[in-house]
Design a protein around this ligand. Structure first.
Ligand code: ADP
Length: 303
């Protein structure tokens, strides 16, 4: 079931095209990665979906309705954060939930549970300004979902967090996913978020570069590299075009379309002692760079 549908969206700032004919869908219950470098158009896209900006062309629906209608079902962690610094942590959360139509007792209960889950329960009656930066960011995160929305937009939720807080927030997001929430995760730190995402839209200069299930994208763009630990590598392995010794193991490069499974089978068939065998994972960032630089070469070719 589709939660968000964006069709041929265009958004300009003056003459500058920030979002350039972008189309994608977000399905119920998935973690959808809206990825791309700074300035790619991620925040602009989210602001249109959140009804903060009006599109110049194209259409957007949220839970089947125009943006801005389903407010109680949508949560948003904006890139620029803001809480009432002089108000207590709990009062901030209750206030925000009440704004979205939750009753005070329900809001308190929900806020208490979330504070525990993000490990801030001891800070409920402290003022926001007394919290550390990392704590304030975690608080901001739960503030965006205190009204228990069905779909949550997190714009750069890891920005400025230290590694410990990154792990906490990742764990929290994974927990929301397990609960069945739909999450749109925007980030320029592809390598940090890719493990969380079911499907992604990778954008560059407002345009879609890659779109689809992450596993499929990885499969399509696999560099076909294997790292194997054996005594030696026979010269006639199927599909192997390059062998490079590396720290007691070997890195094998495969021809396009060659199968790592066949290489393994060939080694085993020859009774070789395979101590380890791994197909190298490609970081999404490398795929992005490869695709974008390929496109730019094409552009140059036309010029
Ligand atoms: P991202 O979230 O991917 O970093 P943004 O959507 O914030 O990207 O920005 C996309 C592009 O639009 C950037 O080049 C940015 O400088 C530009 N931009 C964003 N907001 C405005 C604005 N209010 N006026 C003019 N240009 C803007």
């Amino acid at each position: 079931m589709m939660i968000i549908q964006v069709q041929d969206l265009v958004k300009r700032y003056g003459d500058f095209v920030a979002v350039d004919h972008l189309s994608f869908e977000v399905d119920r219950g998935e973690i959808f990665g809206l990825l791309g470098p700074n300035g790619a158009g991620k925040t602009t896209t989210i602001r249109v979906i959140m009804d903060i900006l009006q599109p110049d062309a194209g259409s957007v629906t949220v839970l089947g309705q125009p943006p801005g209608r389903a407010k109680a079902q949508v949560g948003y962690l904006p890139e620029e954060r803001g809480l009432y610094r002089k108000l207590k942590v709990m009062d901030n959360l209750v206030y925000l939930a009440e704004l979205k139509g939750m009753s005070r007792p329900a809001a308190r209960e929900r806020a208490t549970g979330l504070l525990e889950r993000i490990q801030l329960e001891d800070w409920a009656s402290r003022k926001v300004k007394d919290l550390s930066q990392g704590m304030q960011q975690r608080l901001q995160l739960i503030a965006s979902l205190v009204h228990d929305p069905e779909v949550l937009f997190l714009d750069e939720p890891f920005q400025g967090l230290d590694p410990i807080n990154v792990e906490r927030v990742k764990g929290f997001v994974a927990g929301l996913h397990q609960e069945g929430k739909t999450i749109v995760l925007s980030s320029h730190q592809m390598n940090l978020v890719e493990a969380l995402c079911d499907r992604i839209l990778l954008i560059n200069r407002g345009q879609a570069v890659l779109y689809g299930p992450l596993a499929e994208i990885k499969r399509e763009h696999a560099p076909n590299a294997i790292r194997v630990r054996v005594s030696h590598v026979p010269t006639d392995l199927p599909g192997v075009v390059e062998v490079e010794p590396d720290d007691g193991a070997f890195n094998l490069a495969l021809a396009e379309g060659a199968s790592p499974q066949e290489v393994l089978r060939a080694l085993v068939d020859r009774d070789m002692q395979v101590q380890s065998f791994e197909v190298s994972p490609v970081p999404l960032e490398d795929i992005f760079v490869a695709v974008v630089s390929g496109e730019e070469e094409e552009d140059d070719g036309l010029a």
